[in-house]
Design a protein around this ligand. Structure first.
Ligand code: DAH
Length: 341
């Protein structure tokens, strides 16, 4: 009996050390220590043992059970350690590999310029509005002193939805809209940035869809000097404190007098370069005193109040500011271009 127990011990110890997985160890435990296991089987034969030897055998059996339990436990831990080690090896991280980076987006160059324009006018006490892009012929032309068949319409061919509804060709219709809403109250001090559409043009400096920002001030005693000063402040905020402006007589049906505004070239300080085509000046916007007819149509008395207006192209301003030579780049969504801002 004693021999049987000893040989059980050595077989069991070997089985334990041969086992490489937890399942195998569980099987070993059941095989030797389970309720129907080999140890139990041997102890069943206790009745054949002489009574005086029984306590010795019993003690030996207990020792063996205890020894095997300890071996199993420590071997299980060892197996677990090895499994974990293998897993770690399999899931090894090479921290020198380039990581999966998330790329942060950023603002489109036109958005940057529009934000600058808005902020500059907000500082000067202007309000910001957006007018509709789908507009009535009435606001786009008629109320701006451009009647049907007026030759000024030729320069602003549009996309028509019906005879009377079109995609606005400029942001100027907002002048008519806001004046009509506010008149006869005063003052009006607003800008209106937004998209405009024209059917005729598509080249490096013209796009069928482009941006404009309208400026409008209506009040008592608004003078051309107020207009010039406001534009000078804007230009210096936008293009640098050293800029000067030049106003050239021009024509717009909704302003009288009208002017084109040039800024002194910031690339050559007025010396003449490729950006300003040797002139020292860059054309940036159109402006003028609101035409008495336009005031009247909106419901103001032009003998008592006056106003000035200006219209600028953020596309053109962005092109100048960032040295971009093709307006189409703004709308093509080429990431190689957009990443540069
Ligand atoms: N709306 C004009 C255009 O698209 C630009 C313009 C010129 C707007 C003079 C004005 C202005 O408000 O006073 O050509």
């Amino acid at each position: 009996m004693e021999r049987k127990l000893q040989s059980l011990l050595s077989t069991a110890l070997k089985a334990i050390s041969d086992a490489t997985t937890q399942e195998e160890l569980d099987k070993v435990r059941i095989r030797f220590l389970g309720r129907k296991g080999e140890l139990t089987q041997i102890l069943r034969q206790m009745k054949d043992v002489a009574p005086e030897k029984r306590p010795i055998i019993g003690q030996l059996a207990n020792e063996i059970r205890h020894r095997l339990e300890t071996e199993l436990t420590s071997h299980i831990e060892e197996v677990r350690r090895l499994v974990r080690l293998k897993q770690l090896e399999r899931e090894q991280l090479d921290i020198t590999l380039p990581g999966a980076t998330t790329t942060l987006g950023h603002k489109h160059p036109l958005s940057l310029v529009l934000e600058d324009i808005v902020n500059i006018f907000l500082q000067m006490g202007f309000d910001v509005f957006e007018g509709p892009e789908v507009e009535y012929d009435y606001y786009n032309f008629e109320a701006l002193n451009i009647p049907k068949h007026h030759p000024a319409r030729d320069m602003q061919d549009s996309f028509y939805l019906t005879e009377e509804i079109l995609l606005r060709t400029h942001t100027s219709p907002f002048q008519a809209r806001i004046m009509e809403q506010v008149a006869p109250e005063l003052p009006i001090r607003v800008i209106c940035p937004g998209r405009c559409y024209r059917r005729d043009l598509a080249d490096a400096t013209h796009s069928p869809m482009f941006y404009q920002t309208e400026v409008l001030v209506v009040d008592e005693n608004v003078s051309f000097a107020n207009l010039k000063h406001t534009l000078l402040v804007f230009v210096r905020e936008m293009f640098g404190k050293e800029r000067s402006i030049r106003l050239r007589p021009s024509f717009f049906p909704f302003t009288e007098p009208s002017a084109e505004v040039d800024i002194s070239c910031f690339a050559c300080e007025g010396e003449g370069c490729s950006l300003c085509k040797g002139t020292g000046w860059l054309e940036v916007l159109g402006c003028g005193m609101v035409h008495p007819k336009v005031l009247e149509i909106a419901g103001y008395d032009p003998s008592k109040i006056s106003g000035f207006a200006a219209g600028m192209g953020p596309d053109r301003i962005a092109m100048l500011k960032y040295g971009i030579d093709d307006i189409r780049l703004f709308y093509e969504n080429d990431l190689r271009f957009l990443h540069q801002f």
